[in-house]
Design a protein around this ligand. Structure first.
Ligand code: TEU
Length: 530
């Protein structure tokens, strides 16, 4: 039940599907569009307002579809354009929007644009990508240098990710127009918006027309939130989205994936008056367990850091801009293993406590497939169990330069993207059902209670090591949320929290108990309304 004057995504929940491991509709062991169509019931019963599909386009699958060779075709493993149209139509019939992944910082090296670009220095598309005879010292996100020599013309091309993912040159207006035309083509087909892959990397910093070395090979200062990024996004908005209405009669939604972005910068991207993006994905909270050495340099995270990060974004975007809220996606390990406790004793409560705090912040909630079942990280025996190129490359590189293989494995077990990419189980035991029921209740609360969509946010007890507590207030009503994010009981009253009013939701079977029961058991979460 959305209020008429706010966009659907203020009270909405987006469900992310990673197509190859969601559901297999044709029996070949790999997930596909038919599988998504077959499980729309699941999405509807969860209350999802939209589904975001990770890439389903034609692709050599070096990075599981984030390397696109034809933006206008569906990878045969996933189905056909007819399946895509059917999915959109059937989702719309249930009031579920379909958001496509837009991967335009780079293409596949098999995309005809790149094949033309690499064919000769004089090709009209040469300048559609970044070519240089004196490459910078940048390292790629997936290990190794970010430049690869192409023998044919004796120059290097830039790829911030795998060598098979060459970066498009957004300085070239022809590139931008080609991307915008492709986006219009998809909107014409009836989709409801885009999740934009690493969109804040598209503007590279040029000094006197040249790219420059980064500190210790770090490309970030030269590619993150670059000098023309706001100009490009505003142009995209004008050229693609202005005046557009989806089949459901709404403006298409725009969601930017923006690593390395502060909340102040997030406010610029999402300020409605600037007409750039509706929301961005922060990486701040999922970078907390990365040390100075980066993603694989794993460091412990404290609860005050984690809740402080989310609260900081709530505050920064309270008046202007809009937050997205997520615990997991296809790039992150499973949240119950990361910030919770995936032991048999605590898994259900930890998963539901984490969900409770996230869903009751202000912003658009994203649920990653399997999170609503409380799925945990998987047990990797050895390096041969990893399939994701990021993990495979990192193991080879780190062990190759002499790091202890056991320590490298420990970091990979904790953080490998493979953790999130296992097939979703469709037969649910008691524990999965318990988590799912709690997710359904949280989504219902968001839909039905304007305090969740609109209310002001105030963090309580910012320094408390076990309790995550906050209030939401709107129109004279107040929700108090308190969760014990630890395995030890906590006396909530002694900590200074008053659980006033009626109990709305709890994950520990106590929603009807009196409010003077003040001790929260391990991973217990409660929501009260006054
Ligand atoms: O991810 C971009 C990103 O910055 C990271 O999350 C990164 O890929 C990785 O997880 C760092 O450890 C996006 C996509 O979500 C990811 O799946 C792609 O591999 C990447 O872009 C390249 O397209």
């Amino acid at each position: 039940m959305s209020e008429p004057d706010i966009p659907w995504w203020h009270s909405g929940v987006v469900y992310q599907v990673y197509p190859r491991s969601f559901a297999d509709g044709d029996g070949d062991g790999v997930g596909d569009l038919r599988g998504v169509i077959d499980h729309l019931d699941h999405l509807e019963s969860l209350g999802a307002d939209a589904v975001w599909l990770s890439p389903v386009y034609a692709s050599p699958m070096v990075d599981n579809g984030y390397d696109i060779s034809d933006y206008h075709a569906i990878n045969p493993t996933f189905g056909s354009l007819a399946d895509m149209d059917e999915l959109v139509e059937r989702a719309h019939a249930r009031g579920i929007r379909v958001v496509m992944d837009l991967v335009v910082n780079h293409t596949s090296d098999q995309h005809p644009w790149f094949l033309a670009s690499r064919s000769s220095k004089d090709d009209p598309k040469r300048d559609w990508y970044w070519w240089s005879d004196s490459p910078t010292n940048w390292r790629s996100v997936f290990s190794g240098p970010a430049w690869t020599l192409d023998e044919a013309t004796g120059e290097h091309y830039l790829h911030l990710f795998a060598p098979e993912q060459p970066d498009l040159n957004w300085e070239n207006p022809e590139v931008r127009e080609a991307v915008y035309a492709m986006m219009r083509w998809w909107l014409d087909r009836g989709i409801d918006g885009f999740r934009m892959d690493v969109i804040n990397l598209i503007s590279k910093r040029l000094v006197d027309g040249r790219l420059e070395d980064g500190p210790d090979g770090d490309a970030s200062p030269h590619v993150l939130n670059g000098p023309r990024i706001h100009e490009f996004l505003a142009e995209m908005r004008r050229e693609v989205f202005d005046g557009r209405t989806t089949p459901l009669g709404e403006a298409p939604v725009t969601i930017g994936e923006t690593p390395g972005t502060t909340s102040e910068h997030g406010r610029l991207y999402t300020d409605p008056a600037r007409r750039e993006l509706d929301m961005v994905f922060t990486f701040e909270h999922v970078d907390l367990d990365s040390g100075p050495g980066g993603k694989w340099d794993v460091v412990p995270v404290t609860l005050p850091q984690l809740k402080g990060s989310l609260a900081g974004w709530q505050e920064a975007l309270a008046e202007t801009g809009w937050n997205s809220l997520y615990w997991s996606n296809h790039d992150q390990p499973r949240v119950v293993s990361r910030f919770g406790d995936d032991s048999p004793e605590h898994r259900v409560r930890a998963a539901t406590a984490l969900a409770t705090v996230l869903h009751l912040h202000r912003g658009t909630v994203f649920v990653y497939q399997g999170e609503e079942l409380g799925l945990a990280n998987i047990a990797f025996d050895g390096p041969e169990d990893f399939v994701d190129l990021e993990s495979v490359n990192h193991y080879a590189e780190a062990v190759g330069r002499g790091e202890d293989p056991e320590l490298v494995m420990a970091a990979l077990r904790y953080k490998s993207r493979d953790n999130a990419r296992t097939m979703v189980p469709w037969e649910h035991g008691e524990e999965e059902r318990a988590v799912l029921d709690h997710y359904r209740a949280l989504v219902r609360l968001r839909h039905d209670d304007p305090v969740v969509a609109r209310g002001d946010f105030t963090l309580l007890l910012p320094d408390h090591e076990q309790l995550w507590a906050f209030t939401r207030e709107h129109g004279g009503a107040r929700l108090t949320v308190v969760a014990n994010l630890s395995g030890e009981p906590v006396d909530v009253a002694a900590a200074g929290i008053e659980l006033e009013g009626e109990p709305v939701l709890a994950n520990d079977g106590t929603s009807t108990v009196s409010t003077d029961d003040v001790v929260l058991g391990p991973w217990a979460a409660r929501v009260h309304r006054s």
